[in-house]
Design a protein around this ligand. Structure first.
Ligand code: C5P
Length: 322
């Protein structure tokens, strides 16, 4: 690796703060293969980065300090809890970057969350990706995008996509990306229902349902091409017909009320409604921006969702702001 000692600061504000933000993702297509020997599942997924962002602010410090604020920061137990220590992906991102670049891991880090925790929206991955970008600027480590992507892949399956953003086909455990063309803006409404779901628990439930013969074994991955073709050119109906998620049945099995949430989205006029990633967020596809506003109001009035947010994608990945 070509990194050397800090070559000077990145984009630093008056008090020495560097700010980066990274988007949430939804999986427009998520095909899950059998469990691999390394504990992960082989995936073919189409990621779409959407306009809901977490912000990470880093300042010079002595050692590492982490503070988490905003959506979900209050939970202290269960899948919704966000630890403010070594268990947090942001902390691990800081240690990994410092180690690889040969600098001291000195930073005071604040994560402002808008992306709901344990919601199937890759909020933790977004935080890690934003932290890599912000700390690279703070420490002047001058990593290339490729070097940051390699670190991201070590941190988690979705972190490389949070860094890259846009639309991408993910394979391997999700970390191997190839960009996908999307010529238009896609409007979605996110309905967040109930408390978070643990990603390993949802994958585990998929394995259990498959072993019991209640779901196909996953040897044949559903091809992503129809989704990729629809994303390229539309119309909305083509994408609506093509969206799919192999983690939806296990998410529904662990959280039966999600069935009602999906039905509510369809009845409120969504072109399609699918669980995002491992859930429990419901991603409802809208015809256009205006329909998304109507759909948001309708779903907020249903009483089945804790939070309802209109978003659009694709949007860029982790970036410095300010
Ligand atoms: O990569 P990440 O840390 O986000 O994965 C969290 C968990 O989700 C893994 O420990 C594994 O249980 C499950 N997972 C999986 N197959 C994948 C990605 C994640 O089984 N491709």
């Amino acid at each position: 690796m070509s990194w050397s000692a800090p070559g000077g600061p990145g984009r630093i504000a008056g008090d020495g703060a560097v700010v980066a933000r990274a988007p949430a993702k939804i999986n427009v297509h998520l095909a899950v293969g059998p469990l691999r020997s390394d504990g992960f599942h082989e995936l073919r997924t189409v990621y779409l980065a959407v306009s809901l962002f977490d912000t990470v602010t880093v300042r010079p410090g002595d050692g590492l300090a982490l503070e988490v604020a905003g959506e979900g920061a209050a939970a202290t137990t269960g899948p919704d809890a966000v630890p403010a220590d070594r268990r947090n992906l942001v902390w691990r991102a800081a240690e990994l970057l410092a180690e690889r670049a040969g600098v001291a891991a000195d930073a005071s880090i604040t994560v402002d969350k808008s992306i709901p925790v344990a919601a199937g929206l890759a909020g933790g991955s977004a935080d890690a990706a934003a932290a890599l970008v912000a700390l690279d600027a703070l420490w002047g480590t001058r990593a290339t995008r490729g070097e940051l992507a390699a670190l991201a892949a070590q941190l988690g399956s979705d972190v490389p996509f949070s860094l890259q953003g846009g639309v991408a086909l993910g394979s391997g455990r999700g970390e191997q990306l190839s960009p996908v063309l999307a010529r238009r803006r896609w409007d979605w409404v996110l309905g967040i229902a109930g408390e978070g779901l643990s990603t390993p628990a949802v994958y585990g439930e998929l394995d259990r349902l498959r072993a019991a013969g209640r779901l196909p074994g996953g040897e044949e991955l559903t091809p992503p091409e129809p989704v990729i073709a629809a994303l390229r050119s539309g119309p909305v109906a083509a994408l609506a017909a093509a969206v799919s998620n192999d983690l939806q049945p296990p998410a529904l099995s662990l959280r039966p009320p999600l069935r009602r949430a999906l039905r509510a989205a369809a009845e409120a006029g969504a072109a399609a409604a699918v669980v995002s990633g491992s859930g429990p967020t419901v991603a409802a596809l809208a015809e256009d921006e205006e329909s998304a506003v109507r759909l948001t109001a309708a779903l907020a009035g249903e009483g089945v969702f804790r939070t309802v947010r209109a978003v659009h994608g694709p949007v860029p990945g982790a970036r410095l702001v300010g």
